[in-house]
Design a protein around this ligand. Structure first.
Ligand code: G1P
Ligand code: ZN
Length: 545
């Protein structure tokens, strides 16, 4: 038996999980007892965890391996029954969610800072998911935070490291540590949802090609297994397929800015029919056709409109859920399908209750996230397979499918403008100033735009009746346009202001307009009302998606 040590510690006061877990710089996590304090605070809050099963793995970023060894030893000292760790310590976020559900685990720990850069100077993060497979709700994350402010000791086993590079079973005192293949369960789930033989037939025509850019992050091995091996997509389909600790120096965020190398390939004359990418931990997706970009908000609407053609969703959708800043394109599909569309605060955790209660089947966020009730996280490759299934059935281009959708439902022009790394105090003041203006804005007319609703979004969860307020400043106009302002809850440096802009256009003759042009008067108005230039001293956003 290895001995259990009780280590005295002092609390860190900054361990409050944000939109998606605790995220800090790697060096911040490497401070004395920092990770240990957080993990022990977590175990202290999980009543009845002794003897139970946990899933553990990360997106392979710098510090992943070391953190896993520390967590295993703390888990053993806290008498966790069994820990299932991904081979090489790797696990995508959706695969953890899948395995928690499939193996009926108590919960799972995911080591990732999602799309934030990695490497020694990059970011690291810890997320905890509960037994339904989804991110812990705020009641749990707040309890962990409260505990972390008081913690004065943690327990750790003095033992050798567990070899993570071979599959098999090990023991840390009474705790069983099983190194498992992290792809198996998730891949089987995908086969049960999508028509693999139809998709394979599409690739077999020889006329259909695709690229999947794994951005040197977690999805490389998953995409190779599914796309190249099971679906016959061809050996050079997966780009940047090896997970690297620093993601090859890139920013593993699949959007038009950080996914530029894929975008460039998709705009060449010889571009393939489909281009897709996923982020650091595999839960985001970007979908491109030949010279064509599908916005994530449109993506959700289009998946919903085609769901009845996909084996896993043939019986129809119970409802759709989208985060508040996501465009209202999905609402139009929900209306046509006569199902409910729920509007939740930003962050996947708010979808959990709706999925568990059977109120929603598909969920999505404007931030390149889509998923369904197949698990409790967004799932990047799932969205790609959904598209492949649509394309295999429709035998039309991505662009044709999207244009047909707009012609039927109208187009919601949509863009997000991010101002990154701003001074925190000033940026909070900007939001506060807007909040003060809200009562006076209702009914005001700006050019052809009249404001019909101006508030700070508050969500009433229809399942557990909890209320979450302060979720973003919302300006809604008579014609369905919206301007939304909120501060990011995932950044690790300064503050990030996000401005979301949306305008509905029913006329198909206007659908070809360039997005920033279609939104130009709303962009000006958004700047004017919040005085962005004056208050941030920035002349333009850092990232436009
Ligand atoms: C961002 C996105 C949000 C997403 C989260 C985690 O959070 O906006 O939709 O759920 O990352 O991937 P934010 O930085 O805006 O708080
Ligand atoms: Zn992610």
């Amino acid at each position: 038996m290895n001995s259990i040590h009780t280590i005295s510690t002092t609390p860190y006061l900054d361990q409050r999980p944000g939109t998606s877990g605790l995220r800090k710089k790697v060096k911040h996590f490497q401070q004395l007892h920092y990770l240990e304090n957080f993990i022990q605070s977590l175990f202290d809050c999980l009543e009845g965890i002794a003897g139970k099963t946990l899933i553990l793995g990360g997106d392979g970023r710098y510090y992943n391996q070391e953190a896993i060894q520390i967590i295993l030893k703390i888990a053993a000292a806290n008498k966790i029954g069994r820990v299932l760790v991904g081979h090489h310590g790797l696990f995508s976020t959706p695969a953890v969610s899948c395995v928690i559900r499939h193996r009926k685990a108590f919960g799972g720990i995911i080591l990732s800072a999602s799309h934030n850069p990695g490497g020694i100077n990059g970011d690291f993060g810890v997320k905890y998911n509960t037994s339904h497979g989804g991110p812990a709700p705020e009641s749990v994350t707040e309890a962990i935070y409260a505990r972390s402010k008081k913690i004065d000791r943690y327990f750790i086993l003095k033992a050798d490291d567990i070899p993570l590079d071979t599959l098999g079973t090990h023991h840390l005192n009474e705790t069983v540590v099983e190194v498992i293949n992290p792809i198996t369960d998730w891949a089987a789930l995908m086969e049960s949802l999508f028509d693999f033989s139809k998709i394979k037939a599409l690739f077999d025509t020889g006329a259909f090609h695709m690229y999947f850019d794994a951005m040197n992050a977690i999805t490389g091995p998953y995409a190779k297994e599914i796309l190249e091996h099971r679906l016959g997509a061809g050996p050079n389909t997966v780009l940047n397929g090896d997970p690297l600790p620093d993601f090859g120096g890139g920013h593993p965020d699949p959007n038009l800015v950080y996914g530029k190398s894929l975008v460039t390939k998709m705009y060449r004359a010889n571009a393939p029919s489909l281009g897709a990418a996923s982020d650091g931990d595999g839960d985001r997706n970007m979908i491109l056709g030949k010279r064509f970009f599908v916005t994530p908000s449109d993506n959700l609407a289009i998946l919903a409109a085609h769901a009845h053609t996909i084996p896993g969703y043939r019986s129809g959708l119970a409802g759709i859920a989208r985060s508040m800043p996501t465009s209202q394109a999905a609402d139009r599909v929900a209306k046509a399908l006569e199902i409910e569309c729920f509007e939740t605060p930003t962050g996947w955790k708010f979808f959990g209750n709706l999925l568990d209660a059977g109120k929603a089947t598909l969920c999505g966020e404007e931030s390149f996230g889509a998923g369904s009730n197949h698990l409790r996280e967004k799932d990047g490759l799932w969205s790609v397979l959904f598209w492949l299934n649509i394309l295999a059935t429709q035998r039309q281009s991505v662009e044709a499918i999207v244009r047909k959708h707009w012609a039927k439902y109208g187009r919601n022009f949509y863009s997000r403008h991010d101002y990154e790394n701003l001074p925190s105090d000033q940026t909070q003041q900007l939001i506060e100033d807007l909040r003060q203006q809200l009562p006076n804005l209702i009914g005001k007319q700006f050019n052809q735009h009249q404001i019909t609703l101006a508030d700070d979004f508050s969500y009433h969860d229809p399942v557990d009746q909890s209320i979450t307020s302060g979720q973003g400043i919302r300006l809604c106009f008579e014609d369905g346009s919206r301007i939304i302002y909120r501060l990011s809850g995932t950044g690790t440096e300064g503050a990030t202001l996000r401005v979301y802009l949306e305008r509905f256009e029913p006329d198909p003759n206007q659908h070809g307009l360039e997005t920033q042009i279609a939104l130009s008067d709303l962009i000006q108005l958004a700047n004017h009302l919040a005085q962005i230039k004056q208050k941030t001293h920035r002349i333009e956003p850092t990232v436009i998606t």
